[in-house]
Design a protein around this ligand. Sequence first.
Ligand SMILES: [Zn+2]
Length: 191
Amino acid sequence: MRLVRCPLCGATNYEHSRCYRCSSWVDLDKKGSLSKAIAFLIAALIFYIPANIYPILKTAQFADTKGSTIIEGVIELWHSGDYPVALIILFASVMIPILKFLILIYLIIAIAKGSCKGVEQKVRLYHLIEVTGPWSLIDVFVVVILVALIHFHSVAIVPGPGATSFALMVLLTLLASKSLDPRLIGEDCGK
Ligand SMILES: [Zn+2]
């Protein structure tokens, strides 16, 4: 067995094992990490489209079935004067996912190119999406519940296909960031 240095803390370990000191994996799999992250990111981007063009929920009032997309919900809330709620939904469901996509694309390109500029900032950006990751599943419920508030008088409210796509998009973005090994950021830069 070969001895390798832990890429995180520098302790010497046997290869293909977890570090005895910090318990991170000592092997860096750049190709595997990048290709998994890219695959999940592309899948997430694909689901972003139906998440926004299909109704996030459907309301049935009498014989009439009506669906609202995220944007329609935001516009309706805005017109009824719920400005903070409209802005929160717009932020949580439209802007945060786009921001995460951009950060992931930027980090994937930087890792693929082995860029050594602003390594610390990149690690910080990575942790930013890591921190917001599990929380963004809450967006799904916030969006569904808040858009439902507009239709509180309706007989039946069921999640539309947009809600499923939105949940899948959030999950796939989470998997993309989990697949990306942050230790690959600036790994060839000899810290
Ligand atoms: Zn270690």
